[in-house]
Design a protein around this ligand. Sequence first.
Ligand SMILES: NC(=O)C1=CN([C@@H]2O[C@H](COP(=O)(O)OP(=O)(O)OC[C@H]3O[C@@H](n4cnc5c(N)ncnc54)[C@H](OP(=O)(O)O)[C@@H]3O)[C@@H](O)[C@H]2O)C=CC1
Ligand SMILES: O=C(O)CCCC(=O)O
Length: 483
Amino acid sequence: MTPNALRLFRQLAYIDGQWLSADEVGTQAIFNPANGEEIGRVPNMGSVEARRAIAAANAAWPAWRARTAKERCAILKRWHALILENADALAEILTLEQGKPLAEARGEILYAASFIEWFAEEAKRIYGDTIPSHKPDARIVVTKEPIGVVAAITPWNFPAAMITRKVGPALAAGCPCIVKPAPETPFSALALATLAEEAGLPAGLLNVITGDAVAIGNELCASATVRKLSFTGSTPIGKLLMQQCASTLKKVSLELGGNAPFIVFDDADLERAVEGALIAKYRNAGQTCVCVNRFLVQDGIHDAFVARLAERVAELKVADGFTEGAQQGPLINSRAVDKVADHVADALGKGATLVCGGERHVLGHGFYQPTVLSGVTGEMKVARDETFGPLAAVFRFSDEAQAIHMANDTEFGLAAYCYTRDLGRAWRMSEALEYGMVGINEGLISTEVAPFGGIKASGLGREGSHYGIDDYLEIKYTLMGGL
Ligand SMILES: NC(=O)C1=CN([C@@H]2O[C@H](COP(=O)(O)OP(=O)(O)OC[C@H]3O[C@@H](n4cnc5c(N)ncnc54)[C@H](OP(=O)(O)O)[C@@H]3O)[C@@H](O)[C@H]2O)C=CC1
Ligand SMILES: O=C(O)CCCC(=O)O
């Protein structure tokens, strides 16, 4: 590890401005997904430490909310600057624990930083409202107030950006946070906390606790002090956490699973569609909730699209994320590889055609070959279940109505993509697709300036953009009478 990465590589949790071990239950090992080697250990904390973090956050809240927006903005901007200054070291830690290629990890760090910068600025724009009163001697004023202690439970696929996308708006709004990072990738979270501390964020406002997900999750959900839960992860765990939050009627934001369609019409620009397909499918080895799960391709362009996609996919360089030029790293663990292998075997067993890939990679461990299957149909597992891996499953359709039906025939509604040069069709598709986000002739839709989120079983709430701060605010109405 480079000296700067080593400096940020903390193996302790962070509660109330202190770097701590677990009270009792020791540590747990964290492994590099590229080779299975242990890279470090983090405290195995549980409900006692979670309660301590909640108390610390709650104690830090009054002073933080009392600061002016400009003061909160200044601290967040310092944190943003430090993340940029340390981008290489943060990327190194991210690749080590998550596996994605170093260049992609660096891209994630910049993306993560962008949320801190964006919400630092949004802090100054938490505007209220006045409403013409229903009484002549009274005035109606609407103000927005920080919701209170926020819990963020984050996944392993974006160990940095999913934290800043939640913590950025929370802190900007005036709320303290408790982060429970994914057990696979705690070191990026702890490195970010180190930089927040260096930026001068007061103790108690950002707590990072590692350890027993169920015990910590239960405590965060059951606590009446925690007023908001933001979770990114699978739909089953999202539903479970929402149930657990019901007893305290917490506000919840859930970024859950997807089953994204990528629709290519006959009139699409073929090269542009293939370029978009590569990024929308193989980014992070397919482990992104907005990654394409189903390619729906019209009859007339089908064969040309499959052939060109396979040509480009076969060129992808699969390697350890630290290898120069690596384009696809390992999947997060063997369970993830097994799922891809299962989807491929199931599809082939039911009549799909293997166009390229289709095997575990010779590098072993988490590596799987980038794969393209054609002739995929609705009876195959991949039609309903998110693969979350480097498998492009190509279905065929004949007309617009069929494409819309196939695209919407899923419980999920996160992201959809559509390639066409017909302007009327582009608008019709944008309106017909039952998804929170639609990319028309674009395969990469994520940016801090736009609202990220889904409908149906893909979740609740929006992150990023000026909408993203609303989830951390409560609206208060004051009737000012007796004028
Ligand atoms: N929307 C997205 O970005 C993501 C979607 N997924 C989808 O989920 C599938 C499974 O991946 P997986 O990693 O298991 O994702 P999960 O959603 O199952 O887990 C996500 C996080 O939730 C934690 N968790 C699990 N149970 C509880 C609980 N009772 N209370 C609180 N926290 C809990 C996990 O910790 P622990 O591992 O210790 O149980 C982990 O930190 C993937 O194949 C993919 O389809 C996965 C990650 C991100
Ligand atoms: O998979 C996720 O939930 C992370 C979203 C990554 C992105 O913002 O594109």
